[in-house]
Design a protein around this ligand. Sequence first.
Ligand code: F6P
Length: 568
Amino acid sequence: MRQSNVIVDLSSNLSASPAWKRLETHYLSAKYLQMKELFNHDPNRFSKHSIHFEDLLFDYSKNRFTEETLNHLFALARQCNIHQWQERMFSGEKINTTEGRAVLHTALRNRSNTAIYVDGKNVMPMIQSVLDKMKIFSKKVRSGEWKGYTGKEITDVVNIGIGGSDLGPKMICRALSQYQHPRLKIHFLSNVDSAHAERILNQLDPETTLFIVASKTFTTQETRRNAQTAKEWLLNCGAKKQDIAKHFVAVSTNTVEVTKFGIDPNNMFEFWDWVGGRYSLWSAIGLTIVLAIGMPQFIELLEGAHAMDQHFKNMPLEKNIPVIMGLLGIWYNNFFGAESSAVLPYDYYLRELPAYLEQADMESNGKSVDRDGERIDYSTGSIVWGAEGNNGQHAFYQLIHQGTKLIPTDFIIASSTHTGCNQDHRNILVSNFLAQTEALMIGRSRSETREQLASAGVQIKGIEQKIPHMVFDGNQPSNSILLKELNPRTLGSLIAMYEHKIFVQGIVWNLNSYDQWGVELGKHLTEKVLEELQSQKDIYHHDSSTRGLLHQFRNYYTQTAREREAEK
Ligand code: F6P
């Protein structure tokens, strides 16, 4: 079954390919598979279908497949030359063809330090030299040697960035906040709504605040505006122009724009166009992370990711966690017609993970033309969403359990907590995690429901009315990802695992997962609309809705200004 909302006149090679066709045929019988029965028939299903990787366990046994399904999926991956594509990415080939760039976030965490070449140049020495610079700078700030303009130690760090220049560092800082330097408070300013800047700046002392302006391009409107506001705030609070160097550093690939903005290039931490924004937390974009948790912990994060890179590169498909995750996602997305997938971390510290993965996955694989620019006739990028457990259970799990949609889920948990002390809380959290994945799979039949109602003393008539509402079909798939502990190394592995899952899906769907042209049109139109919003000239173009809304905004602005004037 193909899923597509777009009208297509071109048939892509993928949906006509032998492996795809075999999966289509197999789906006709596999759609009736009941996981409960699969477990009953095979007592070893868990051990066969779970993989240990260092201190991480990936259990994919609660999914709708047989050995035959897996074989068809692996054949699909082979047909798509997954190994050759891995090799091309890891070796620095320019697989981001629309931007003419290599895709080398893996080089940033290449702890084996083997040479990797882009345009004939080994990139490893420059990566190391930026890491060294980050180490020296972070040591100064963390030790208190780096002083603000009145000679005081830094107490607050504000990361100004958006998208990949915000979500990655924010997610990691929150996840590893137990490692955070006791003196430093870390803030993330991303939204161009001035409320965000005001809220953060109001809490800060200009004498002890350091701003990290994080932007790959340094042309991003929101980041530039927020950085400008922060600079004005600092100067209005009494700092001089020459003090800016003590309070502003930049992380970027664009030295020209950084300098134009007024940040000393000596205070700039460089990275390169072969690092995608949503894959950049491993680069100098991780500077905020280093300030928060220290260089040794950041290196551990890189080590964990590198270990997962090695696993992804070297393990056979049948034992390869990102490959299996990616292929199961395709199985549901393209054959069962699942439109979304949920990420459900049962860990307060991982509460930013769903938002991070939204960008990582949807900006990478939300595409409707293939690498050659041909419109495709199969569904691509899953809609990724989620929230931390248990909160989600009391909000949207109803729909996952009893709604009409199939929603594959990833449940993530760490077995021990760093806050450590309250085992009772932990046990409740863990039992909810386990109970939910089991409930999603086994459901509750009519007879089980009837029995339970009867034993609860409900009258016969009442029982029959209630049963349809209380039956759970079950058979809802989930992956369980269990970490021994949430620490920099396991977190690095976890994030790299998702990055490679996204890669696998992009390869099978024949997409360029590393460009993001879909965000350009809105950016372009914004500039035009901004001009019109600020002028009083008549507007003749646009559709009638946009024009009407624009006029109404201007009217509201004028009315509010008059009212405020009258109140004075
Ligand atoms: O608009 C999307 C995007 O380009 C993302 O890919 C990126 O992470 C974000 O904007 C921020 O870009 P920059 O780091 O260049 O400011």
